[in-house]
Write a protein that binds this ligand. Sequence first.
Ligand code: ASP
Ligand code: MG
Length: 434
Amino acid sequence: MTTPTIKILKFGGASIKDAPSIHNVVEILRTYKGEPIVVIISAMGNTTNALEGIVKGYYSRSRDSVELLLALKHEHFKVLKELFREVDHPIFDEVNNTFVEIDWILEDSPHEKYDYLYDQIVSVGEMVASKIVSAYLNYKNISTRWLDVRDCIRTDSTYREGKVLWAETETKIIKTVPPLLSGHFLITQGFLGGTSENATTTLGREGSDYSAAIFAYALNAESVIIWKDVPGVLNADPRYFPEAKKIDCLSYREAIEIAYYGASVIHPKTIKPLQNKKISLYVRSFINPAAEGSLISELSPEFLPPILVLKQNQILISMEVKDFSFIAEENLSQIFYLFSRHRVKVNLMQNAAISFSVCCDHDEKIEPMIRELSEGFVVKSNHKLELLTIRHYTEDVINKYSVGKEILLEQKSRQTVQLVLRHGTDESNSASNT
Ligand code: ASP
Ligand code: MG
């Protein structure tokens, strides 16, 4: 007897942002009735951002986090009221009880570390959303089982970026999941994991794709299907490049490259587990579920158009040794140690005789890192920059997309060019000593 092959379906925040969207997800799932399906659910709409705001407000005491939480609960209950006609449906209490965990945290002053608190609070978004979707499916006569993913995906205790403990995770998934699949869809959370001490961890922002890949790997799934608000993998982000077009088919290698350079369509950690087991990844549109989408697999198409990846809000930091000596291995290891301690990710780097430059996302981690860096080096920075990566470039394409902008740094390999760009007219960008 052959075991029917499992599919992992992942629905992100945009696909369940309100009651009609959740209803749409139910209709998509209906087409899979009878198949063994694991459904990975993210937090609804912008819930994760809202929860981040609550953590920040609570930790720094700068905003009224209790009020923010009330607003978020209110949004969830509004959706519930649209989905369920009976106000005494058990889901109302269940959602309330899940949010209560945040109330309890907010009652006390913060004495735990920020990243730990972040994970305990932000994870509630996925817990609540998965409970709502699961209950609504049952309500619509599609039988589900709900699984607490923290019992399956085991991580170390690197809060906000839990490292998956693969052997334990695989064992737990293989033991728990298959018995729950016969006759039911299995609904669980993306983005979350649990430590051996039963603390909640998160896998990094937008990590639900990665969760889908973890389940697929452990279960030797047939495929993963990520449902998005775009028709598939496009050759550019349509928010910045309206001329963006869908790519029907691309290789794991190409996908991992563009995810690495910052294409937001798939979380970068998603590809490796799938590639290792040759599991197909489909990216499809929940707005147009009948359309084919894109397939990421072992097949590499002969022709690919230029693929553009734009990262905004970049900072270019250059550091020089104070005594005019060379930047060599010793300094570099010091610099990288500092970067890794501050969890700053480098998007691009370049070194010269006495200076070393890096381009990074300009987020809240940068200033404290620069302060420390300035103790040992002369540090200069330029901000409000863009990092444009073009795969399969031609000179024409480079010219087209850099026209009117100043190229502060350019790096080329055979397939890829990366440009750090500054808008020609922006005066706030003069190099500053930090
Ligand atoms: N809800 C989480 C986030 O917004 C995880 C995800 O969407 O994949 O980052
Ligand atoms: Mg999300």
